[in-house]
Design a protein around this ligand. Structure first.
Ligand SMILES: Cc1cc2nc3c(=O)[nH]c(=O)nc-3n(C[C@H](O)[C@H](O)[C@H](O)COP(=O)(O)O)c2cc1C
Length: 160
C-alpha cells in the first residue's frame, strides 16, 4: 500500500514540501487545481484568497486522479490562508470524506510565520482524532533552512 500527498499550492511552497516528501516516502502527488484560479500576485492575491478561506468556500476543482483503494495513508497539505486551511483542501475533503475515514491521515501547512489556529480548524473540519501526524512549515521554498529540511524528514520518518 502506498501514500498519496494531496496538496494545493498557489506559489510553490507547499508543492516544494510535497515533492520532497514524495521522494522520501515514494508517495504519489495529487495536486489540486481550482477551476477558477486564485489571483497569484498583488493585493488581489491576499484579498480573494483570504476572503474565500474565511467564507469557507468550496471551489470546484479540475478533475484529479485519485485511486482511493491504492493508498493506506493520505497526507493533506497546503498554505495557511487567513489563519485557516485553503479552500481547495475543503473541497477535496468534502468530496472524499467517506474514503478518508478509512485511511491514516496526516497534514502539513505552509505559512509565512503566523499559522494561527490552522491545525485546530483543520482537525475539527476533518473530525476530531483523525489526524495522526501534523507539521507546520515556514515558506520552505522561499525561505529555505536546515531546520525546515529536518522537520520534513522527521515528519516523513513518522509515517514510515
Ligand atoms: C490569501 C493568503 C493568505 C495568507 N494568510 C496567511 C496567514 O494567515 N498566516 C501566514 O503566516 N501566512 C499567510 N499567507 C502566506 C502563505 O501561507 C505562505 O507564504 C505559504 O508558504 C504559501 O504557500 P504556497 O506557496 O504553497 O501557496 C497567506 C498567503 C495568501 C496568498
Amino acid at each position: 500500500m502506498k501514500t498519496a500527498i494531496v496538496f494545493y499550492s498557489l506559489s510553490g511552497n507547499s508543492r516544494y514540501a510535497a515533492e520532497k516528501m514524495g521522494l522520501r516516502l515514494h508517495a504519489d502527488l495529487i495536486p489540486l487545481t481550482p477551476k477558477k484560479a486564485y489571483p497569484d500576485s498583488g493585493f488581489k492575491k491576499f484579498f480573494w484568497g483570504g476572503k474565500s478561506a474565511l467564507m469557507g468556500d468550496k471551489p470546484q476543482l479540475e478533475s484529479y486522479d485519485f485511486d482511493q483503494s491504492a493508498y493506506d495513508t493520505i497526507i493533506l497539505g497546503g498554505p495557511v490562508w487567513a489563519g485557516t486551511f485553503p479552500p481547495p483542501l475543503r473541497t477535496f475533503v468534502e468530496d472524499n470524506r467517506a474514503v478518508l475515514g478509512e485511511k491514516r491521515l496526516a497534514a502539513f501547512f505552509c505559512c509565512s510565520g503566523g499559522p494561527g489556529k490552522v491545525l485546530e480548524k483543520f482537525k475539527a473540519f476533518l473530525a476530531p482524532g483523525r489526524l495522526q501526524h501534523e507539521m507546520i512549515l515556514i515558506d520552505p521554498k522561499d525561505k529555505p533552512s536546515d531546520e525546515t529540511e529536518s522537520r520534513i524528514d522527521t515528519f516523513c520518518d513518522g509515517l514510515l
